[in-house]
Design a protein around this ligand. Structure first.
Ligand SMILES: N[C@@H](Cc1ccccc1)C(=O)O
Length: 497
């Protein structure tokens, strides 16, 4: 193998002594072997960049032998072999014997030998018809093998048809001196350095040309955060189960949709600033459906729809307070109110997005996290439907063996916390909260009393932490997150949890 540098020296010295190179095909490397024209092209191109040489491409065709052609040059044509196999004289050779001697080649060779009138038949045997033969095929192939050409196009055509030779394109180059021809190759500078600027050398330096065709370093693509991968997987589960995604782009919500619409009393401890981030500026929202607002006020203060209500003095000021939504159930209440304004059709809604709580931040809690929420509205739904849906939903996440424990939410009755036994942790862990929305919430919206709405919610961070083996939530969110962890984690697969 000749290196680029060796080839460049060869080109330059040849140009120096001969003035020009007609065809680089004639080049022989230092070891006497042929020069690879592709390697040569690389060497020429870098000399062209430096304007030391100029070159033109020469395209030529040569004929090369196929493996079978090579074999004939070696051992003679099939027809000649047939002739040779048959002994001189009247005795000859039987066809089966010939086959035994030459195998497959006997058949092909026999036909050709008959055609050439080299052999004939006597009884069942083949005998020679001439004393000696000239194996023209072998001679023709030999010429092609050594020169790459043949003067008779008919011969070439015949040999090609017989798949004994094939046309190859070869590329070589003619080279002449360029304007900056020299025998020494100056090293070209790639970058301007501090030293070059200081010494003024940059003014005289010979810079390597920009290569605008270079592909450059491929930029590495963006990566989904592990939480977003899990979110994506959960979205797919919901879509598979026929759910529609709710719009969750309103992080700032009014207390009305976040609490009041959900029959959560105004003195409820969760509404306290300890648990809720209230917005200072603007502090209030005033756009509410008036009739509905009146009905909500009524159901809280004096009851209705078969309920006694809470019996307190409901205040609009409290409902107007803006906050960062504390749960995505705020979105569900807004969506259910909208559903009640149209002719009823059963719906399945879901959402996965951020919520905010003014909690003490520790290894497993942040002041913001993601909630997954599913809501199904239809006539005559039962607690059995809720349990059934839950089992299917969690099973798709790879979680089986659920346990349900009675719980309390102001807006659901009955309410159930969902637990699953975690093999890795060796204990039952709470994996969600659920329930059937109360009539005090649904009927003021205008929904028919026969319509039941079942719903459940869960956090996104806990399954993510278990899945990615993280013990501190700050390794999942915030400035302590390891970016390589984000890049390297595969798209989550729940059956691995
Ligand atoms: N909103 C509840 C979850 C939930 C949603 C729907 C029904 C019941 C409960 C929470 O924040 O925990």
């Amino acid at each position: 193998m000749t290196t680029t540098e060796e080839l460049q020296t060869l080109v330059l010295t040849t140009l120096d002594s001969k003035g020009s190179i007609e065809n680089t095909k004639e080049f022989k490397a230092s070891d006497g072997k042929e020069v690879d024209q592709l390697v040569l092209l690389g060497a020429l191109k870098s000399l062209v960049d430096k304007e030391m040489v100029e070159y033109d491409t020469i395209e030529d065709e040569i004929w090369v032998l196929t493996d079978e052609g090579d074999e004939i040059v070696d051992k003679g044509s099939h027809e000649a072999n047939v002739f040779e196999a048959i002994p001189a004289g009247d005795e000859g050779l039987s066809i089966p014997e010939l086959q035994k001697l030459l195998g497959n080649a006997a058949k092909i060779g026999q036909g050709k030998a008959f055609k050439n009138k080299w052999i004939t038949k006597k009884g069942d045997n083949l005998i020679r018809a001439v004393n000696s033969i000239i194996d023209q095929t072998r001679i023709d192939l030999d010429i092609i093998c050594s020169t790459g050409k043949h003067s008779d196009p008919n011969v070439i055509a015949d040999l090609k048809r017989r798949r004994l030779c094939d046309k190859h394109k070869i590329i070589s180059y003619s080279v002449t001196k360029g304007p900056k021809f020299s025998l020494t190759i100056e090293k070209q500078a790639r970058d301007i350095t501090f030293e070059m600027l200081q010494s003024g050398e940059w003014k005289k330096a010979n810079f390597k040309k920009y290569n605008f065709d270079a592909l450059g370093i491929p930029p590495s693509g963006g990566h989904l955060h592990p939480l977003m991968k899990i979110r994506e997987e959960l979205r797919q589960i919901f879509f598979e189960m026929g759910f529609e995604e709710m719009p969750t782009n309103r992080f700032v919500e009014s207390s009305f949709w976040n609490f009041d619409a959900l029959f959560q009393p105004q003195q409820h401890p969760a509404r306290d600033a300890h648990d809720t981030f209230f917005i200072k500026d603007p502090a209030v929202g005033t756009q509410f459906p008036t009739d509905y607002l009146e009905r909500v006020k009524k159901v809280h203060s004096v009851g209705g729809y078969g309920s006694t209500g809470y019996g307190y003095d409901w205040k609009i000021e409290e409902a107007q307070k803006l906050l960062l939504r504390t749960h995505t159930t705020a979105v569900s209440s807004f969506m259910l109110y909208n559903l009640a304004q149209k002719e009823f059709k059963p719906v399945k809604y879901f959402s996965i997005d951020r919520v905010f709580r003014n909690e003490t931040v520790d290894a497993t809690h942040l002041a913001e996290f993601h909630q997954v929420e599913g809501v199904i509205a239809d006539k005559g739904l039962t607690l059995g439907d809720l349990i059934g849906f839950m089992e299917t939903f969690y099973e798709k996440m790879g979680i089986k063996n659920l346990r349900f424990k009675p719980a309390y939410n102001p807006y659901t009755e009955p309410s159930m916390e969902i637990f699953s036994y975690h093999e890795g942790l060796g204990k039952w862990v709470e994996i969600g909260n659920s329930g059937m929305f109360r009539p005090e919430m649904l009927e003021p919206m205008g929904l028919d009393p026969e319509i039941r709405v079942i719903a459940w919610g869960l956090g996104l961070e806990r399954p993510a932490m278990i899945k990615y083996g993280l013990e501190n939530i700050r390794e999942l969110l915030g400035h302590k997150v390891n970016l390589t962890m984000i890049e390297n984690n595969p798209i989550c697969a729940f059956d691995l949890i």
